[in-house]
Structure formats: structure tokens, C-alpha cells
Design a protein around this ligand. Structure first.
Ligand code: M6R
Length: 614
């Protein structure tokens, strides 16, 4: 989704803005632009395509150094990805330049009114109405912050806005409803951005703006109000990671770096959750034990990869707690009138904490009386703020659009939640919980072991680079992993891939199988799992139809070898925790294949890292 940066301070503002935009490239975008104040006018540069195009434009038409700038990467919604539709937008009277993230739902009506009043429009965007409205307000004599508040009260939808006024070259005003916005507080300089990555190079002191707030900043002061102009508070915090976390550190892709960070990410997520006395503790779970004991249904809502983490969680939670657990795609949830009572616990999973579909789903669940537990990787983001409790994953910043360490830490957090509920509800003995915790705590070295043996996946990617379609099969917790493996391939290698429950194959999808369709199969642990032999039969079913079988099975499983064209060994773990090791080769295969095919792994076409529109 769009990336926004505003800067005011002593540095060359344009350089700060362009550097910030580059750090937010991962969010996904299709045009980029900047605006600065030079003398009595606003200078604007904007181009469709990558930031490199904007840089070429800046090189061709340079701008003298200034100490204020706004910059934007746009992910097109209203109006195609053209130069004209790129942000910033300048009001027709030349007074203000404005950038926006989100969707202004009532823009058509507002535009009609403005056009009827003779205001000429340059673009097809919803954003331009906000620029025109703001320009008219300040021209009529309103103070810039008052004008911003007035405009915000006129807009429906989701919006983060940042604007500058040509008559006030040391001042920026920004507003936030539903889309993210963070203030970076420096010494004699201040920043606003969609994401702390944009200014982490300069300051780690951040203030998260609340819903419906306006921030007014110059180089020395930050003043926050609500949309009515009443003084308001943001939420100050220190960013705990540094610039290196937002850099590739020698890897070709962020995604590859993040795949290799997974042992540490899981270890960090598990750290400190287990007391010396052998009990699980989740400090951030501010819902009473009595309430959690009374829960009679759990609904997990999430999107994409986080949804697949939720599907794995269902197996663990139902097995350990005996509470019925549904998993639902967030964008479907509220539109089907779900049955929710005060005894329903809604668990939401989101790496970014800003996904609009997920946010709307939890708002709906809260209105119906449910308590919400968020599993989230982004400190201070909207979803945990609007939840009753949060279990933070400690993956660190995930920059690659295709989620990897975000997913694996979501799995770890789901296991923790399941075990915690089992502890409170008394559905497992203390030593059973301690046993699973010990096994969980032992997984980071096992994930590392998988990472150390990935070479065959590299060769496999070379051999299969021309294939147009892939299938992924699994059963039990292997089924969501099959779907996640397929999603990775679709997202970054742009090949058709589907994940199926292996037992469902014969009910239809097997018709797709032939010699040109490689099939990945995740095999449950041998002997200790009753599904093992059934999956081995499923491998034979596809092999008999000519498919190239790539079998992921644990060390020592001798039964599978005769059925595998390619055999990848997984370390031994219990069935329910196997996703922590089985997903890794699938992530790596997708990264490898996309690299071989020459695609931009970190910024796949049409995708955004955090989807802040419904
Ligand atoms: O930030 P979230 O976890 O809420 O994002 C949910 C999905 O948009 C996300 O997982 C998406 O499917 C990823 N691109 C998957 O790699």
C-alpha cells in the first residue's frame, strides 16, 4: 500500500524523503512523487513506475535544497498508475501539496461539488479532492491545522493525509483515520511516515498517532489534536530494532534474509514465556482467566498467510483445549452474520497489524460482544490497539512482501496461545504442557538444520523452472502448509500453484495431474502418526499418473523413498509442530524459482505488504 513521508528539519529534505520512500518500497507501489517549497511556489516531481524513474526525473530537473519535503509511493486504487495520478497533488490555487494513503469513499460527490464551483482537476484520483478542499480552506484564511481538521470531517473512508502550505515553509500537517501514521521525533527535526523504517536512520523515538488525530509539526514541536481541535495524545515508543534490520545485509533479497532469520525469530517469540516453575505465562493477555475458562467458541480471523497460520492453530487449539475453533478469512467474516456471543473468543492474526479486512472483522466481533486476542508483529499498530489482548511475535521488521518469518512466528504464538488456554482450562496436565513447551523451545536449531540442508531445493528449482503448474499436498497440519507453500509460489514466481488436502485429491483435483505438474507432498511423521501411510498412498496416486513427486518426509522414514522422485528430509518433530520445519523448504523453493525466473522477489507485481484498503 502507499508509503508516506514528511520531513522538516536542517537536512536536505528531498534526500530524506527519497531515502524514506526507498525504505518503504516493500509496501508495494506503482508510482512515486515528492513536493517541496521553493520560494513562493511548490516544486513537484512525480513519475509512474519505480522510484528510479522519479530519481531520473529529479536528475533531469533538479531542485535546490530545501528543509521541508513530502514524498509518496502510490499503490493505485482510483485512477491508473500514471504520472498525473501519482501523488503529491497540488490544489488548483497552488497553495497546498498533499499526499494520501487509503480510500476516500465519498470523493465522487465531493468532486462534483468542487467542479460545480469551478475547481479544475488534474487527476482521476480520490486524493485530489482532499488537496482541493484543503487549498480552498487555507485560501479562505483558515489556519493549516484547522483547515486539515475541517477537511477530515468532510471525508468518509480511510485516510492518512500529509500536507504542506506554500506560505509556511517550516510546517507540516498530517491526519490519520484507519491508515497508519507514525511521527519520528528528532533533535531539531521531525518526521511523519507510514512506517518507522522510513526514518529509523535518523531517530528511534516514535509517536504512534491514534484514530482521528491531526498532528502539526515544525522542526522543534509536535502538537496533536483530535478532528475537533481538542488536545490529544499519541502513543510514544522507542523503536527497538536498528537500521541493519531494515537492510539486506549481503542477501540478494529481503525474503531470503528473512527465511534465514527464522530460527532466531522463533526463539525470540518463545523467549520469556515459560516460568522456572514450568508454567506458561503470556504477559500481554489482559483477559481474566475466568473469562478464558468460560469461552465456548474460538474464531480465528486473518488474511492470506496469516489465515493459513490460523488453520494450523485450529488443529492445535482443538486438540489441546477441546474448545471448538473456527477459522475464517477476515474479508468474508462480517458479511456472513457470524454467530458471536460474550463467550466467543476471537483470535486475530496479522503481521502488519494494519490489514483493513482483519481490522473491520475484529471491530464487527467486538460490537457483537466478543473479546479479541491479537497475534501481531508490529508494535503499536492498529489491530493490537483495538484488541483486548495481544501476543506479540518477535520476528523483527518483515520487508519482503511474501511473509516468511512473520508466518513461522505466528505459528509459534498460536502454539503458545493453545497451550496457555489448555493450562487455564485444565485440559492438559502440567507435565504435558511442559513437554510440548520443551519440544517447541527445541525447534529453532531444527529450523536451522533445515536451512543448512536446502541445497537440493536450489537444484530442484533449476530443474523445474519451466513448469507452469504445481500442486502441494498435505493432511492435518500439513494441509495449511501445502496451501501456504502454493501461495508463496503464486505470489513471487507467478506460476499456477494449488494446495490441497491430500485425501481430497481423488475427489477432483487429481484430474490436473500429469507429467508436467510437479507435486510437493508433506508427509506426517512416520509411526507416530496415523495419517502417514495414507499420505504415502496419496504419493503413489499422483506418481502413477506421471507426476514428478517432491516428498518432504522426516529423517529415518524409509517407507517414502521408493515413491519420491525428489526426497527432502525434515528433522524429527511431533506432528502438530511439524509446520515449523516443513514450511521452510517450500519458502526457499519459491524464492529460488522466482529468482531464476528473473522476478523481483521482494516486490511482486500487484501486491502490497500491508493491505490497508478493504
Ligand atoms: O499483515 P497481515 O499478516 O495482516 O497480512 C495478511 C496478508 O495480506 C499477508 O499474509 C499476505 O497474504 C502475504 N503477502 C503473504 O505472503
Amino acid at each position: 500500500m502507499c508509503g508516506i513521508i514528511g520531513y522538516v528539519g536542517p537536512r536536505v529534505a528531498l534526500d530524506v524523503a527519497v531515502a524514506g520512500l526507498k525504505r518503504m518500497e516493500y509496501r508495494g507501489y506503482d508510482s512515486a512523487g515528492v513536493a517541496v517549497i521553493v520560494g513562493d511556489h511548490i516544486e513537484l516531481r512525480k513519475k509512474a513506475g519505480k522510484i528510479a524513474n522519479l530519481e531520473a526525473e529529479l536528475a533531469a530537473r533538479p531542485i535546490a535544497p530545501t528543509q521541508i519535503a513530502i514524498g509518496h509511493t502510490r499503490w493505485a486504487t482510483h485512477g491508473g498508475p500514471t504520472d498525473e495520478n501519482a501523488h503529491p497533488h497540488i490544489s488548483a490555487n497552488g497553495r497546498v501539496a498533499l499526499i494520501h494513503n487509503g480510500i476516500i469513499e465519498n470523493f465522487a460527490t465531493l468532486r462534483q461539488q468542487l467542479e460545480a464551483a469551478g475547481v479544475p482537476f488534474q487527476s482521476k484520483t480520490d486524493t485530489e479532492v482532499a488537496a482541493q478542499l484543503l487549498g480552498r480552506e487555507v485560501e479562505a484564511g483558515a489556519d493549516l491545522a484547522d483547515a486539515m481538521r475541517t477537511v477530515c470531517r468532510l471525508l468518509d473512508g480511510a485516510f492518512t493525509l500529509v500536507a504542506l502550505d506554500v506560505t509556511q515553509p517550516g510546517r507540516l500537517v498530517a491526519a490519520r483515520r484507519n491508515s497508519p501514521l507514525v511521527v519520528g521525533v528528532g533533535e531539531g527535526e521531525n518526521f511523519v511516515a507510514s512506517d518507522v523504517a522510513a526514518f529509523i536512520e535518523f531517530t528511534r523515538s516514535a509517536i504512534e498517532l491514534g484514530q482521528d488525530q491531526v498532528v502539526d509539526l515544525d522542526r522543534d514541536q509536535v502538537t496533536i489534536t483530535d478532528f475537533a481541535g481538542r488536545p490529544a495524545q499519541g502513543k510514544p515508543y522507542e523503536v527497538t530494532w536498528d537500521l541493519s534490520a531494515a537492510e539486506k545485509s549481503g542477501y540478494d533479497w529481503f525474503m531470503r534474509k528473512e527465511i534465514f532469520e527464522q530460527p532466531r525469530a522463533v526463539a525470540d517469540t518463545l523467549l520469556g514465556r515459560f516460568t522456572d516453575a514450568g508454567a506458561l505465562k503470556l504477559d500481554e493477555l489482559h483477559i481474566s482467566e475466568g473469562h478464558l475458562r468460560a469461552v465456548d467458541k474460538i474464531i480465528i480471523v486473518a488474511c492470506g498467510t496469516a489465515y493459513y497460520a490460523g488453520l494450523v492453530a485450529k488443529y492445535a487449539i482443538e486438540h489441546w483445549t477441546r474448545v471448538a475453533c473456527e477459522v475464517e478469512i477476515a474479508s468474508e467474516f462480517r458479511y456472513r452474520d457470524p454467530i458471536i456471543t460474550g463467550r466467543t473468543l476471537v483470535v486475530t492474526i496479522s503481521q502488519s497489524g494494519e490489514t483493513a479486512d482483519t481490522l473491520m472483522a475484529i471491530r464487527h466481533a467486538r460490537e457483537q460482544g466478543a473479546r479479541i486476542v491479537a497475534i501481531c508483529n508490529t508494535n503499536g499498530s492498529t489491530i493490537p490497539r483495538e484488541s483486548d489482548a495481544v501476543i506479540y511475535t518477535h520476528a523483527g521488521p518483515e520487508i519482503g512482501v511474501a511473509s516468511t518469518k512473520g508466518f513461522i512466528t505466528q505459528l509459534a504464538a498460536c502454539y503458545l496461545l493453545g497451550l496457555y488456554l489448555a493450562q487455564i482450562r485444565g485440559t492438559m496436565f502440567g507435565d504435558e504442557i511442559a513437554g510440548v513447551m520443551r519440544e517447541l523451545a527445541a525447534t529453532p536449531p531444527l529450523i536451522q538444520k533445515v536451512l543448512d540442508t536446502l541445497e537440493p531445493m536450489r537444484d530442484l528449482a533449476k530443474r523445474l523452472a519451466g513448469k507452469e503448474s504445481f500442486l502441494f499436498l498435505g493432511r492435518h497440519v500439513g494441509y495449511p502448509i501445502a496451501m501456504e507453500g502454493a501461495l508463496k509460489l503464486k505470489e513471487i514466481a507467478y506460476v499456477h500453484a494449488e494446495g490441497f488436502a491430500a485425501g481430497e485429491l481423488k475427489h477432483g483435483p487429481i484430474a490436473l495431474v500429469d507429467k508436467d505438474v510437479p507435486v510437493f507432498i508433506i508427509v506426517p511423521p512416520m509411526g507416530r502418526d496415523r495419517l502417514h501411510d495414507k499420505v504415502v498412498s496419496n504419493i503413489e496416486e499422483v506418481r502413477a499418473r506421471g507426476a514428478h513427486t517432491i516428498v518432504l518426509a522426516e529423517e529415518g522414514d524409509l517407507d517414502v523413498a521408493p515413491h519420491a522422485d525428489t526426497l527432502f528430509r525434515l528433522p524429527r518433530v511431533s506432528t502438530i509442530l511439524q509446520p515449523l520445519v516443513s514450511i521452510v523448504p517450500l519458502q526457499f523453493f519459491a524464492c529460488e524459482l522466482a529468482t531464476l525466473l528473473g522476478y523481483d522477489v521482494d516486490q511482486p507485481r500487484n501486491l502490497a505488504k500491508s493491505v490497508t484498503v478493504e
